[in-house]
Design a binder for this molecule. Structure first.
Ligand code: SF4
Length: 287
């Protein structure tokens, strides 16, 4: 007899819940609301809000927009976005996650207080990710982004280094980068690092490992763009190699389920609960 369990620790973090609540509140009063970038890295949730009147726009679209309401999602934005919005008389609904906001301020403070020729602000993060763009913007574009150990070659180890992290990076990767920089720094040169990884994500790693190890098959529900989803998927796969990334119920089929008896359904911080429930329903149809 097949059993199905949905991981109670998976799903939206408070930053995403807050952004969606802001959007829904606005959409109850207004017919249209613009959102700068996908509100969450999950196509189904974006589509659900689009049906209610939310329109996702790009930064190029924002340049052409005037006198409208625009929601800023949890990832945050660089100062240039706020300047552009002010020029275009755009009313902002700022749903930047407080954890990201705090990190932006910390980086900005370091940038303002450090001599740019003698120091480097380094961010461990994904190039082009919205949160990282917002962080780099606090340094007028001067911060260096590293994604992996190999990228460290671009740093000058004879010059002070201040290392931060995108909130959704893996704690193990951060520790590895710190150890590598420490081993390469020239004697007497400052190296300070700040563990700015959000514990809403980091704490999910031990949870997801436990959950994945409990089941025969793991269906990991997430959008391909979710950076936190990639981290958690990797951890689930380490604990249970029979783990598969799916976008939603449409990806569930008899071949995937095979003769596995205990099915675990989990996801990223950007995965809506209703979507995991829909996957469970679909699995039930094959039982
Ligand atoms: S993962 Fe953490 S920092 Fe990112 S939006 Fe969620 S609560 Fe905020």
């Amino acid at each position: 007899m097949r059993t199905i369990e949905i991981d109670q620790d998976s799903g939206f973090c408070f930053g995403v819940v807050n952004a969606i609540q802001n959007a829904e509140k606005e959409l109850m009063q207004e017919e249209e609301l613009y959102c700068l970038g996908d509100i969450v890295h999950n196509n189904q949730e974006v589509a659900r809000l689009q049906k209610k009147g939310m329109k996702t726009i790009t930064h190029d679209d924002l340049r052409a927009l005037q006198d409208k309401k625009v929601l800023l999602r949890a990832h945050g934005e660089p100062p240039s976005t706020y300047q552009l919005a002010a020029q275009n008389r755009i009313r902002m609904i700022d749903a930047t996650c407080p954890v990201v906001l705090q990190l932006q301020k910390k980086i900005q403070k370091h940038y303002q207080n450090l001599p740019p020729n003698d120091s480097q602000i380094v961010i461990l993060g994904k190039i082009g990710h919205a949160e990282v763009n917002g962080l780099v913007g606090q340094t007028e574009g001067h911060a260096l982004i590293i994604e992996k150990k190999e990228d460290l070659d671009q740093l000058d180890f004879g010059k002070a280094i201040y290392l931060f992290s995108q909130t959704t990076m893996s704690l193990d990767d951060f520790k590895e980068i710190v150890a590598e920089i420490q081993s390469r720094m020239q004697p007497g040169v400052t190296f300070q690092f700040y563990d700015t990884i959000c514990r809403r994500v980091a704490n999910r790693i031990p949870n997801i490992r436990r959950f994945a190890a409990k089941h025969d098959l793991i269906l990991f529900v997430a959008g391909e763009k979710s950076s936190n989803g990639k981290v958690l998927l990797r951890e689930a796969q380490k604990a249970n190699p029979n783990t598969f990334l799916i976008a939603g119920p449409e990806d569930v089929n008899a071949v995937l389920l095979s003769d596995n008896q205990s099915i675990g359904i989990c996801g990223a911080t950007s995965t809506p609960k209703w979507l995991m429930e829909a996957v469970a329903e679909r699995v039930l149809n094959f039982s």
